[in-house]
Design a protein around this ligand. Structure first.
Ligand code: G1P
Length: 297
């Protein structure tokens, strides 16, 4: 049974300055919830009740968000505002939260390595905060199932436009008997389009065998001078004796990227349109905005 989720959240969020000068990028709202809450909710929904966040300086608001806020709770209780009280309490009841600081930001592989003392010798999940997966299209539960059956590690893959491959880890893979599962034969971090082995991109969900820690310890800095998780998984994929195989679950559901400003705006519009409470009114406004206000563009 996989119980632990690791969420790297130490990045500086420079793409969102000045919003992220004093606020962690993970706390930026997507509709009315901080982006990071969607990710913790996804982990909890997949049965991962123990969440370790890899944080850094200036990330205190993350800890506060997943903790109780008695002052707010008692003010809302006095007002009899049960609906908002629930919203305040929800985030502190999702999972048991733990935090460790990364110190030197030396890349995603290094962030994952910081989880070793907490995770120990058991398989665990890694969720990257820039990727939001629609709760109606469960991905993590499927990955956990595949890991339970095949052992080793499992990454989430998505077919992307070949021009986008250079933004992701990219997989060479072969088919298995399961239409949504592939066996990974190679992985390369952010390849030039000409060198990309496929258009299968790694999206930010992983279920990892703990042998990845040993490999990460000897993984040299790669793309961007950072210790890359992709490089450690490439080594695992090639060798069952050290902790492979690596499988991929090919996801074709709804994924929102909050990693850069344009994608962040698209994520907000996409999710707002689908909300039961806000969606109908927002969609009507959006239709009007696109047809009337932007007609001349
Ligand atoms: C990271 C990983 C990359 C993966 C991506 C998914 O890159 O290094 O392999 O495809 O997340 O979002 P980042 O986007 O943090 O540069």
């Amino acid at each position: 049974m996989i119980k632990k989720a690791v969420i790297p959240a130490a990045g500086l969020g420079t793409r969102f300055l000045p919003a992220t000068k004093a606020t962690p990028k993970e706390m930026l709202p997507v509709v009315d919830k901080p982006a990071i809450q969607y990710v913790v909710e996804e982990a909890a929904a997949a049965g991962l009740s123990d969440v370790l966040m890899i944080t850094g300086r200036n990330k205190r608001p993350l800890e506060d968000h997943f903790d109780r806020n008695y002052e707010l709770e008692s003010a809302l209780t006095r007002k009899g505002d049960a609906e908002r009280l629930l919203k305040v309490q929800e985030s502190s009841e999702l999972a048991t939260m733990h935090y460790v600081r990364q110190g030197d930001p030396r890349g995603l592989g290094h962030a994952v390595l910081c989880a070793e003392p907490h995770v120990g010798d058991e398989p665990f999940a890694v969720l990257l905060g820039d990727d939001l997966i629609d709760p109606r299209d469960p991905l993590l539960a499927r990955m956990i199932e595949v890991q339970g059956r095949e052992g080793g590690s499992v990454v989430a893959l998505m077919e992307v436009d070949p021009e986008q491959v250079h933004l992701y880890g990219c997989a060479a893979a072969e088919a298995t008997g399961d239409p949504d599962v592939v066996r990974i034969t190679g992985l390369v971090e952010k390849p030039d389009p000409a060198d990309a082995p496929s258009n299968l991109a790694v999206i930010g969900r992983y279920v990892l065998d703990p042998s990845v820690f040993g490999v990460l310890k000897r993984t040299e800095p790669g793309r961007g001078g950072e210790i890359q998780l992709t490089d450690a998984l490439q080594e695992l994929a090639g060798d069952e004796k050290i902790g492979g195989p690596v499988h991929g679950v090919v996801f074709d559901g709804r994924r929102y990227d909050t990693g850069d400003r344009g994608d962040y705006l698209r994520a907000i519009v996409g999710l707002a349109c689908e909300r039961e409470d806000l969606g109908p009114g927002f969609r009507a406004w959006l239709r009007h905005f696109v047809t009337d206000e932007m007609a001349g563009d």
